[in-house]
Design a protein around this ligand. Structure first.
Ligand SMILES: NC(=O)CCC(=O)C(=O)O
Length: 259
């Protein structure tokens, strides 16, 4: 499976311009035969939180249709980062997953809101399961701050997930945390990690790039810089079983002492 993490800059509060830009990137990548392309967190609006009532997407409909068209046109599965999803009086930070036929496979709204970036003032926390199946692979899909909660990442893994996807707008100031947490999540869960961060800056933060693909042994297969790029690796999901039988962490758990 060939994975591409679309590490891009995001225009603050300009969904139309961001959609056009993403469309251009898919066209550019068209000849590279990706099986799965992953976008960053809030890729259509950025963290323009005070304007989400105007620029958020009603039930994520426009974003879903946009991603469905891209998936069908380029015959590629898409984990469409996340978008500002307006539902009644609330706005959620919602991940959208569509398969290469253009079918909507999964939606997940960020469970843990990040107070340091004011999310709790403008967004509502989701209540969705992070588990989904795509191309026969069981994934757990998470959004940025979620990776600081290992017990939440563990949940889909205990349900059978072999790959953890993370979409993010993670600031440059804490890139060391980003890389360390992602590596730990890969090793402790003996799972692939595909983590797509943005680059560039908004009025409040500079973002750290360093999108990364890590194998279930904790080895980095590909890592971005702080420039715009498609971070790419080809993975073999059978490696998960191999690592899990080498060190059988999941058989050795003492669940009468913890859940
Ligand atoms: N967008 C986010 O959730 C950022 C999380 C973050 O920066 C952190 O340190 O955690």
């Amino acid at each position: 499976m060939k994975i591409g993490l679309l590490q891009i800059d995001i225009k603050f509060g300009e969904p139309m311009a961001n959609r056009e830009y993403v469309k251009d990137q898919f066209l550019k990548a068209a000849d590279d035969s990706y099986d799965l392309i992953i976008l960053p967190e809030l890729w259509s609006t950025g963290y323009d939180l005070t304007r989400l009532d105007d620029i958020g997407d009603e039930n994520a409909q426009e974003s879903i249709q946009f991603l469905q068209e891209l998936a069908k046109t380029y015959n590629v599965n898409i984990i469409g980062g996340s978008v500002a999803n307006k539902k009644g009086d609330s706005v959620y930070n919602t991940m959208i997953v569509v398969d290469r036929n253009g079918d909507l496979v999964h939606q997940y709204s960020k469970l843990h809101l990040f107070k340091l970036m004011d999310e709790h003032k403008y967004l509502s926390p989701g209540e969705d399961s992070p588990s989904f199946l795509l191309e026969g692979i069981h994934f757990g899909g998470f959004i940025c701050y979620d990776i600081r909660f290992p017990e939440w990442i563990r949940k889909p893994v205990l349900e059978g997930a072999e790959a953890i996807v993370v979409v993010a707008e993670w600031p440059e100031a804490r890139v060391d945390h980003w890389l360390t947490l992602l590596k730990a999540r890969a090793i402790e869960n003996q799972s692939y990690v595909f983590a797509c961060n943005r680059i560039g800056a908004d009025p409040n933060n500079a973002f750290g790039g360093n999108s990364i693909i890590i194998d279930p042994w904790g080895e980095t297969l590909a890592q971005g810089t702080t420039q715009e790029e498609m971070v790419t690796a080809t993975i073999d999901i059978a490696r998960v079983k191999e690592i899990r039988s080498r060190i059988p962490v999941f058989q050795d758990r003492r669940t009468s002492f913890y859940s």
